[in-house]
Design a protein around this ligand. Structure first.
Ligand code: HEM
Ligand code: HEM
Length: 198
């Protein structure tokens, strides 16, 4: 009878789990929307408030920013709902404990700001009021008009938007660090085509 293998044989490395197709679609859709939304926000304020050009182009930029911002709010709510119901795959097996803490803080900070930033924008245009979008639709107003409060809310909207962009900057830096320096499978969790078998 053949002898049984000793049970101390090295076990297989843990499987890398990737995000579901729906989670990945949500992720890259939001990336695309933010890539358009943030530059429009910065440029429209520069063109309007700094250069004092209030023509049809500036108006179109403001309308686009309001429209895309409301779409981001809806997509972020749907995405967060999906995340809470379906959860996320187990962490990449080679992560250090501090990586796990840092990424959880970063991800949940991004989720919160993806809701707070557009809600503050919507609140600001409600107070102003500047609810018109391309002369075609009017966003629902949340509060009675008060221009002074609107100005204050826009300051918070800008701070929150810059905080969101800072978290995204750290997030992208971390993704590149994992892929190019640590050479692990973190980025592959969002782009499974990059998966390396260990
Ligand atoms: C995630 C979504 C959003 C992002 C990332 C974003 C980002 C920004 C940024 C970067 C600015 C320029 C701030 C500055 O330079 O002072 C800005 C301004 C502005 N945003 Fe948004 N925004 C978002 C959603 C919204 C929404 C939903 C609305 C309204 C429905 C809105 C209305 C405005 C307005 C009216 C300004 C100009 C404020 C001013 O003149 O001081 N934003 N936004
Ligand atoms: C607007 C830009 C971005 C936003 C708002 C964003 C947001 C997020 C959020 C909220 C998560 C957590 C997902 C969850 O567990 O539910 C996540 C995960 C991830 N993101 Fe992004 N992201 C952005 C851009 C990017 C870019 C440009 C890359 C790649 C270079 C990237 C790579 C990843 C990876 C690899 C994960 C999975 C990390 C892990 O848990 O292992 N993200 N992202």
């Amino acid at each position: 009878m053949p002898k049984r293998q000793p049970s101390s044989a090295p076990s297989a490395a843990p499987e890398v789990q990737v995000y579901s197709p729906t989670a990945r679609r949500f992720h890259w859709l939001v990336v695309g929307l933010i890539l358009v939304q943030a530059p429009i926000g910065l440029y429209m304020v520069y063109r309007g408030s700094t250069l004092n050009i209030w023509d049809a182009a500036t108006n179109a930029l403001y309308s686009s920013h309001k429209l895309i911002g409301m779409v981001i709010l809806l997509v972020a709510m749907a995405r967060l709902g999906y995340r809470v119901v379906h959860g996320a795959p187990d962490d990449e097996p080679t992560l250090e404990p501090w990586h796990k803490v840092a990424s959880a803080v970063n991800h949940w900070g991004i989720y919160v700001l993806l809701l707070v930033v557009p809600v503050l924008g919507w609140l600001g245009v409600s107070y102003y009021p500047a609810l018109d979008v391309f002369g075609l639709v009017k966003l629902p107003g949340l509060v009675a008009a008060n221009k002074e409060t609107a100005e204050a809310v826009f300051v918070y909207h800008a701070y929150a938007a810059f905080a969101l962009l800072a978290l995204i900057g750290v997030h992208v830096g971390a993704a590149l660090y994992h892929h190019l320096i640590r050479r692990d499978n973190v980025l592959a969790r969002m782009i499974p085509g990059l998966l390396k078998r260990r």
